[in-house]
Design a protein. Structure first.
Length: 463
């Protein structure tokens, strides 16, 4: 039987600490100051490499050192120090959460149950926190690093829930602007009557209710980053002003003719097909071409199925920690159901389904009925999804590999295949040896290959 997997859980956004892990830190106790020594083993490797397809060779040494220091530790929560500083500034001096945060900032390691909590210096070692085995994961992170210090706008396209905001934050934290403000606004949430004031600012008396001068988002960001989420929702008049701002690199408050220099970097995201919006007269073509200085298209989860189980296992680990449960694992039938689902809501839908399932399970194993997934084309007569032959074969191979702790020869005997035939089928189905086995992952192709007519992962190269 394979040893339990030691799982790293990244925590790179302040809202996650406030909402998801506040109780975890309140229950944790300091255990020593060995966190920085552990990170020294990684050398120049980025933290994202710890949960990549090809983890660094020093990861085994890192886990061995942790096993020496804390033999029962089964996971580590990595919290960015910028997040710790931000949340600490919001708390009273006597706040219990503040005490835990200050301990992490001093370099202490906290222990809660069988997990360690460590702070990492994200100025020296930035972290996006992108999880998955998708073949384009590493090229995506490398491209973000190349884009990070450029000044061209970045347009991130993709369906709802594919992780567009995480990528926008990655563009910010991987470059020289990481110490500067990162200001995000959802263009769909603001009424049309105030969106221009929010973006560009206004002068006193420029409209009813403007009692004083007010800086807009672009001014407030200084030389940081402005992220415009759901930019396809902007009215055409606002789009025209945004285009002028990008062209002239200056901003004019409503009611003022005085241009103010613009130093911030602009990133934007949309789940709409902007070429279709342009054809229907709902989006300006000139703004589209100006924004897409470097365009990134995020593939939906149904087209990168090799990411489903790694993401689900991470969300299970996070949900179990938040609810103070014992170790929770995914059952084989739950894995089959997850792989069979189309995930129209993408990663956001998957996370929500796992959180509900962990609460519903109440024990150590999540099974398919805890997920509450409705099979595609289901008429409500079946409790389980109907799977294709390919999905059944994939699930059966996964089960054989799990039962043999990743031993391909033993799994091939169980399946009645030669080792070479098993290897070919693993490649075809995008299967790699589970991380719990501690072996390197072989390259895998997406199940079913390229989708005819689908968009490429990256539709435009860096100028």
């Amino acid at each position: 039987m394979a040893e339990p997997c030691f799982r790293w859980i990244p925590l790179c956004a302040a809202h996650e600490l406030r909402r998801d892990f506040c109780d975890l830190l309140l229950a944790a106790t300091p255990t020593g100051c060995f966190g920085d020594r552990l990170f020294e083993l990684l050398g120049d490797e980025p933290l994202d490499a710890l949960w990549s397809r090809n983890p660094p060779s020093v990861e085994g040494e890192l886990r061995r050192r942790i096993a020496e220091l804390r033999p029962l530790a089964r996971g580590g929560v990595l919290v960015a120090r910028s997040v710790l500083h931000q949340v600490e500034g919001e708390l009273a001096t006597t706040d219990g959460l503040g005490s835990a945060i200050r301990a992490l900032l001093r370099g202490n390691v906290l222990e809660v149950g069988d997990h360690l909590v460590l702070g990492f210096d994200d100025r020296r070692r930035p972290c996006v926190g992108w999880i998955g085995d998708w073949l384009e994961t590493q090229p995506l992170l490398e491209r973000l690093r190349r884009l990070a210090d450029a000044s061209v706008p970045v347009l991130i396209c993709g369906e709802t829930g594919t992780g567009k905001e995480m990528i926008a934050r990655g563009v910010h934290v991987l470059g020289r602007r990481r110490d500067r403000p990162y200001l995000a606004i959802n263009c769909a949430e603001l009424p049309e009557s105030i969106v221009e004031s929010e973006l560009f600012g206004h002068t006193r008396g420029s409209f009813t209710g403007a009692a004083s001068d007010r800086a807009g988002l672009f001014e407030a960001a200084s030389d940081g980053t402005v992220f415009l989420d759901e930019i396809g929702e902007l009215a055409l008049a606002t789009q025209a002003k945004l285009l002028r701002l990008l062209e002239e690199h200056c901003v004019r408050r409503i009611g003022s003719s005085l241009p103010r220099p613009l130093a911030c970097r602009v990133t934007a995201a949309t789940n709409r097909d902007l070429t279709t919006e342009i054809a229907h007269g709902r989006f300006r073509a000139d703004l589209f071409y100006r924004l897409r200085g470097s365009e990134i298209y995020l593939t939906p989860l149904r087209e990168r199925r090799e990411d489903i189980l790694p993401l689900a296992e991470l969300f299970v680990a996070r949900a179990a920690l938040r609810s103070a449960k014992t170790t929770v694992a995914l059952g084989e039938d739950a894995k089959i159901a997850l792989l069979a689902h189309d995930w129209p809501g993408n990663i956001r839908e998957l996370r929500h389904a796992i959180e509900i399932a962990v609460l519903a399970a109440g024990g150590e194993r999540v099974v398919s009925h805890h997920l509450g997934l409705v099979p595609r084309h289901s008429q409500g007569t079946s409790a389980e999804p109907l799977l294709t032959a390919k999905a059944v074969e994939r699930a059966h191979i996964l089960r054989a590999l799990t039962s043999t702790a990743g031993n391909k020869m033993a799994a091939a005997r169980i399946l009645g295949l030669s080792r070479q035939s098993l290897h070919r089928r693993m490649l075809r189905h995008g299967i790699s040896i589970p991380t719990a086995i501690g072996q390197p992952r072989p390259p895998a192709a997406p199940e079913g290959g390229a989708v005819p007519g689908s968009k490429p992962a990256f539709s435009k190269q860096i100028p």
